[in-house]
Design a protein around this ligand. Structure first.
Ligand code: ZN
Length: 311
């Protein structure tokens, strides 16, 4: 596992309404809120983390809900779709559920031999649920409405849209150890065999497509997973040697990170498995308390007064 990129760690996106976002992801999609904290650079904004029971890397979707932020636009230099893996035969359940809750979706379709369903979250963020060919054995978080016959397992893939894919492809293959395995029309699939799941990045090459605008309903960045800080620093050196700018190591309380913009224009992060989400709450308690980084504990009351109520 050492010095390998272990697929996707987490994906961070932007929402325009904290309460709507919370209701959609915990209620309709049936994910677990595993951490409720604030944006470390903007403590008057929430930072929500949704995932499986433990917040396993490869299942973690996070949001900055900036109240009332304008809508972004999908385009190049962005992660334009987030793919979840769901059990075989569950797409009918999801269509019915989306009908009941007025969620926008398309009829199931097939790519790379797998059936998938496209849908949008309340801010227009685009998702796919894929019935993966290979049975996904990752344990699911279940709710009273979404049981294990239908619940998501974690990420299946992400899609990046680009005018010309070669620069992004070079980072994936030469630094991250992914290989291009197949293509369909203008979609090129890159996969790592370092992990079984959350191991796919699709590059969609769209020469005429305009640059996207990152705002409400857009992905802010994607984080790739490394085992620990030693591995993190190994990749830092590799990225510097490749000629790219990268930040210093940052302590995000639940993982350590580095950020760099890949030459295709998407913000990439590398994030460690350690220490994980149980560092400041028990497994049972995850997501139930507002957790603040130590520098903001002294203004907790002020922060709690400003953050929107979720109930
Ligand atoms: Zn991140």
């Amino acid at each position: 596992m050492k010095n390998e990129i272990l697929g996707i760690h987490h994906i961070t996106a932007i929402a325009s309404d904290a309460k709507k976002n919370y209701n959609f992801y915990t209620g309709i999609l049936g994910l677990r809120l595993i951490k409720k904290t604030v944006n470390f650079d903007d403590p008057h904004t929430y930072h929500f983390y949704y995932g499986d029971e433990k917040g396993s890397p490869g299942s973690i979707l996070t949001f900055f809900p900036w109240e009332g932020i304008q809508a972004g636009r999908r385009g190049t230099k962005q992660v334009t779709e987030i793919g979840y893996s769901v059990p075989a035969g569950s797409l009918e359940f999801w269509q019915e559920r989306f009908d009941q809750h007025n969620i926008i979706y398309n009829k199931p379709s097939v790519k790379f031999g797998e059936r998938y369903l496209t849908f949008l979250d309340p801010d227009g963020l685009k998702f796919e649920m894929t019935e993966a060919k290979k049975t996904d054995t990752r344990p699911q978080w279940q709710t009273s409405e979404v049981d294990k016959l239908n619940a998501v397992h974690g990420f299946h893939h992400i899609t990046i849209t680009t005018n010309k894919m070669e620069d992004t492809a070079a980072v994936l293959t030469q630094i991250f150890g992914f290989k291009m395995t197949e293509s369909e029309v203008n979609r090129f699939r890159f996969v790592t065999d370092a992990v079984e799941y959350a191991a796919i990045v699709d590059l969609v090459e769209a020469p005429g497509e305009a640059i996207g605008h990152v705002a409400g309903g857009s992905v802010h960045h994607v984080a790739f997973r490394v085992e620990d800080e030693e591995s993190l620093m190994y990749f830092r050196e590799k990225i510097v040697d490749f000629g790219l700018n990268i930040t210093e190591k940052i302590d995000r309380n639940y993982f350590y990170s580095l950020y760099f913009r890949e030459p295709g224009g998407v913000l990439f992060e590398l994030a460690t498995d350690n220490p994980g989400f149980t560092v400041d709450e028990t497994l049972e308690e995850l997501g139930t308390n507002l957790k603040l980084p130590v520098q903001y504990e002294s203004i907790r009351e002020e922060i709690e007064g400003i953050l929107p109520n979720l109930n």
